[in-house]
Design a binder for this molecule. Structure first.
Ligand code: TYD
Length: 202
């Protein structure tokens, strides 16, 4: 099974994907937890370029770097692990590109969808958990203990467009994408909802 976590800045993806991994391992499953950008050796260098707040990237350059990161990630990490029968959990995947590069950056939809298809080699998640959060709360959470990265320092309107695009993806694909509203819930409440959703899918 291939599960992805998605959501705007500060939605809690990293915490919840790590906890879900422990839960599934507790049930005897072999689980690979990975992330984008930065799931491979080349990807780590791309991640630094993409997130460094001093990088100045053209929007088209930016999407090519995300696509390069994903090509490496899918061919070297995700597909081999799925072939070995592991459950793969990825912190971000193709829906991030739809939400950030179409919603946030306003790149042409057909360019983004084409690059997603090529870079993912047509690999689609079986389940996507969308952790929704308002930009006001999410940005505060994300930058509590560190400086904002290149995306986090974008204007609030950018983050509103990202969020709206995520919600539009979920509305269009309700079978695959399950939304959990996190503004009004603590970590344990969100994690137990995630476990219910994952258990129901198996
Ligand atoms: P993120 O994984 O949220 O970082 P952190 O571990 O610091 O929480 O950072 C990745 C950033 O890259 C995030 O701002 C979203 C952005 N992004 C895109 O714009 N497009 C993409 O296709 C992907 C995978 C990420």
């Amino acid at each position: 099974m291939f599960i992805t976590f998605e959501g705007p800045e500060g939605c809690g993806k990293s915490t919840h994907s790590t906890r879900l991994k422990s839960y599934l391992e507790g049930k005897g499953e072999r689980v690979l937890l990975t992330r984008e950008p930065g799931g491979t050796q080349v990807g780590k260098a791309l991640r630094d370029l993409l997130l460094d707040r001093t990088s100045v990237l053209d929007d088209t350059t930016e999407i090519y770097l995300f696509a390069a990161d994903r090509s490496e990630h899918v061919s070297k990490i995700i597909l081999p692990a799925l072939k070995e029968g592991k459950t793969v959990i990825s912190d971000r995947f193709i829906d991030s590109t739809i939400a950030y590069q179409i919603g946030g950056r306003r790149l042409p939809e057909d360019l983004v969808r084409y690059l997603n298809m090529v870079s993912s080699k047509g690999t689609l998640p079986d389940l996507t958990i969308l952790l929704d959060v308002s930009p006001e709360i999410g940005l505060k959470r994300a930058t509590r203990n560190r400086q904002a990265d290149r995306f986090e320092q974008e204007v609030v309107d950018f983050h509103r467009r990202v969020r709206a695009r995520y919600l539009a993806i979920a509305a269009a694909e309700p079978e695959r994408v399950k939304v959990i509203e996190t503004d009004d819930k603590d970590i344990d409440q969100v994690q137990s909802l995630i476990r219910e959703i994952v258990d129901a899918k198996r």
